[in-house]
Ligand binder design. Structure first.
Ligand SMILES: CC(C)(COP(=O)(O)OP(=O)(O)OC[C@H]1O[C@@H](n2cnc3c(N)ncnc32)[C@H](O)[C@@H]1OP(=O)(O)O)[C@@H](O)C(=O)NCCC(=O)NCCS
Length: 188
């Protein structure tokens, strides 16, 4: 009997991720991805695979700002749609975002209803920091983006303003700092 596993992607998953994402990109549903970019960003990806190694879905989380990350490259194989795998992958990415201390997660998508079912709501794209749009440079729809922006707030109490500048002493490199490894549960 075959089973499914959800896990962080590995380099060997790249050709299958590229094939799945680019299939939907050819249909105009999402942005295409070059294999070279996937190899570079493979640590952002979560995949669902069958026990015999067939890719059933993928999705990625990219941090873009001090409080914001994007869910991107979310794709479920045609034969596995409607089985809850899209929700499962987004849940996994949200868990990762929470562990990173992120306050908000967004997506640019045509799948508004799907994301609304997962706790996202539609927002004005103009509200995102400029950094979000740097990644759109290579998009053919750069000047006529018709994707909908959806946002899920993870921590409503997190401050919205940008963090202060880096401490001057640190930048000058004059101060020698001792590296102390603090266990995660103590540091939180
Ligand atoms: C959109 C997509 C990721 C959804 O994945 P999925 O595994 O089929 O979705 P799930 O089974 O987890 O569905 C979760 C919920 O969303 C609903 N849903 C899923 N796709 C939907 C759609 N296109 N329109 C409306 N509702 C949808 C499901 O009915 C389910 O609702 P329920 O909880 O009330 O039963 C998948 O259809 C896909 O890969 N599409 C092509 C690529 C794409 O558009 N990716 C998004 C890029 S941002």
């Amino acid at each position: 009997m075959r089973w499914l596993e959800i896990r962080k992607a590995q380099l060997r998953d790249v050709p299958a991720i590229a094939a799945l994402v680019n299939k939907y990109a050819a249909e105009g549903l999402m942005l295409s991805k070059r294999q070279v970019d996937l190899y570079e960003n493979i640590r952002e990806f979560v995949v669902v695979v069958t026990s015999d190694g067939q890719l059933m879905g993928c999705g990625a989380l990219r941090t873009v700002w001090h409080n914001l990350a994007e869910v991107r490259s979310l794709a479920i194989a045609p034969e596995a749609k409607g089985m809850g795998l899209g929700r499962r992958i987004v849940d996994e990415l949200i868990q990762e975002a929470t562990q990173l201390g992120l306050a908000k997660v967004f997506a640019l998508t045509y799948q508004q209803v799907f994301f609304e079912k997962l706790g996202f709501h539609v927002v004005d794209k103009a509200g995102f920091p400029q950094k979000v749009w740097l990644d759109c440079n290579q998009c053919p729809k750069q000047t006529c983006c018709d994707e909908i922006a959806v946002l899920r707030v993870l921590n409503p109490n997190a401050p919205d303003e940008d963090p202060p500048e880096l401490i001057q002493e640190w930048k000058s490199g004059k101060e020698i700092l001792e590296l102390r490894v603090i266990p995660a549960e103590v540091g939180r």
